[in-house]
Write a protein of this length. Structure first.
Length: 293
């Protein structure tokens, strides 16, 4: 489901859900001439979302969230609105209200999803008629994950993350998310990968085949993130959470993005609920949800 297909319009207000994503695989292949890292990864939308409300305004752009440190014009959602008005040359403004549920700086594309929601909401409110290509082109100027957050679903991302290929939709699957109380710098993780030895690369084609065959067992076996071994050096709790998830009966577990969030796939919902209850005793940001297409 594309993000804009689920937007509610009421008068001069757009109400959108910006969904979290996880990486079923994440591989870093090299660098471009201008020092961007090239990647190959399979991303999947989750039914975990921030609520983004955008009101038309005569002028100016403002933002308010339930996390005070995000209430700044530097917020990527604010920058998305600024970019929209610059590129469309529309004279107008936006009042943005975001209720955050997705953990911040967690490898779940929460900020990128907010930016995607703002672009899609303004496109509808101002009747600009931007198509998928135009929206994604704007999104790519803000961040590599923004185009994916606009389109959603199960997709292969290549290049710097902006080249997206739709895959067979992953069957609805129970997902447990646990974020430890650590901060991770994506830029720093990329720097460490550049100098790391003996990194294990995901079997991306094998994962695509498992998804196409609707073989959840094979999907779980193919979960792989090249960044996990690097991030877990600074945050060993990642490996502790991952092993605990498996001990609770998860069929597979892996870190998402640059971390530190860990997610697990459970085929048994009762095991997933028990694990969720247990992790909630130790961690603040724990979510039991499912994949969304």
């Amino acid at each position: 489901m594309k993000l804009y297909e689920d937007i509610i319009i009421t008068g001069n207000r757009a109400i959108a859900k910006s969904y979290a994503k996880i990486n079923l695989t994440l591989d870093v292949l090299g660098k471009t001439a201008n020092d961007y890292h090239t990647v190959e990864m399979i991303m999947q939308t989750l039914n975990l979302f921030d609520l983004v409300i955008v009101d038309k305004a005569a002028s100016d752009i403002s933002i308010s969230t339930n996390f005070h440190f995000l209430n700044s014009t530097k917020n990527i959602a604010c920058r998305a609105a600024t970019l929209f008005f610059e590129r469309t040359k529309i004279s107008g403004g936006a009042k943005i209200l975001i209720h955050k549920n997705i953990p911040v700086a967690a490898g779940l594309a929460g900020g990128s999803g907010n930016a995607a929601a703002v672009l899609c909401a303004l496109n509808i409110l101002y009747d600009t008629g931007l198509d998928d290509n135009a929206l994604c082109s704007l999104g790519a100027e803000l961040g590599a994950d923004v185009p994916y957050c606009i389109l959603g679903g199960t997709r292969l991302a290549e290049g710097i993350g902006e080249k997206l290929t739709p895959l067979a939709p992953l069957d609805k699957t129970c997902i447990l998310i646990v974020k430890p109380p650590n901060s991770v710098s994506t830029a720093e993780i990329y720097r460490k990968i550049d100098s790391a030895d003996a990194l294990v690369h995901p079997d991306t084609r094998g994962m695509i085949s498992a998804i196409e065959k609707h073989d959840i067992g094979a999907v779980c076996a193919k979960l792989s993130n090249i960044m996990e071994s690097v991030t877990s050096v600074d945050c060993p709790e990642i490996l502790h959470i991952k092993q605990s998830m498996l001990d609770f009966g998860a069929d597979g577990a892996i870190m998402s993005g640059s971390g530190p969030t860990v997610f697990a796939i459970f085929r048994n919902p009762l095991d997933a609920k028990k694990a969720c209850d247990a992790f909630s005793q130790e961690y603040k940001e724990v979510f039991l949800t499912h994949t969304l297409n």
